[in-house]
Design a protein around this ligand. Sequence first.
Ligand SMILES: [Zn+2]
Length: 394
Amino acid sequence: MMLRAHKIELRTNNKQATYFAKASGTARKAYNWALEQWQKQYEAGGKPTEAALRRQLNSIKRKEFPWMLEVTKNAPQMAIMQLGDAFNNFFAKRAKYPNFRKKWIDDRFTLTNDQFAVNDSRIRIPHLGWVRMRESLRYIGKIVSATISRSANKWFVSVTVEIQKPRPIANDNQVAVGVDLGLHHFATLSTGEKITGPKPHKALMNRLRRLSRSLSRKRKGSNNRKKAKIKLSRLHYRIANIRRDAQHQLTTRLVNDFDIIGIEDLHVKGMLRNRKLSRSIADMGFHEFRRQLEYKAPSLGKKLVVAGRWFASTKICSRCDRKVDNLPLSVREWTCPYCFTHHDRDVNASVNLEKLAVSSTVSACGAPSDGAVTYVIASHGALKQESNVIAIYG
Ligand SMILES: [Zn+2]
């Protein structure tokens, strides 16, 4: 068993944000009160414990801090338990002496699993009801706790889940896949499957273009320009969320179905031909795609191999391994001049990524890995197979 936390932004309304601020305030007050009591009792020769302090607070809070009753009882209780942990860590020399919590910096409170429920992309909080989350929980397993916190004036929930430890995979019988990313199709797999981007993307992109054109026509400093700017940034955010959700689906599927996954470094061939706008959005997507695979693959005991940008995945014939000199972006299909195999450009590239991934894990994964980056090669040559790989995760 191992614990994994997923931090998700919450889509709060005013009432919910006010409640979170209040619950965080209660947690902070309880923590600081308990720390002060701890110090007093210790100086008076006593032996303070977090359990005794929780009982002590319970007996006085109705009279001294009646506002604490307006939020979940978890807020003060868990805060004092966390103070107990902080002291344990201090006594074990793992951490410094506990500090008082500060407003705005330490705005958070924790819920035990009997005090909340997660359903799809919503979380139910006592006294408050359902709060929407920006994405759904990515781990499957027993939910342990949730911590709600504020940063940059946004509220987040970090849900801790107990998951099964991945079973190590024997070196044979591994299933590998190469993934070629592009603008035409978001991803092409070496299995021949082509995955288009999320559906609403195109319609939203047209709206995005219209909005950014209308923004450029508005006078600088005008109210209308301000409004258009807000509209535009909201739309950007929406597009990014749709994309990210679709990517989570895809990356989860990849790590579930395959043991070794080969992808390319971020840059995408021929991007310069495209408009700046679509390029920046696509770039964001590729970053996110790789980021998701980087943590999902090792967590399931799978391997992610990232090919460097000097690896000519497109120009190498995946059948005979020979390289052609020039292959303009407009050429979607081609025939190898050496072995006469007819290739779909993207499928051929993804097959090369799969082959590279397999060959580099076979030569590199003899030693057991601890789930971090196994090795990183920074080489600019393209002679040896390994020098085409820049990182292996898992
Ligand atoms: Zn060939």
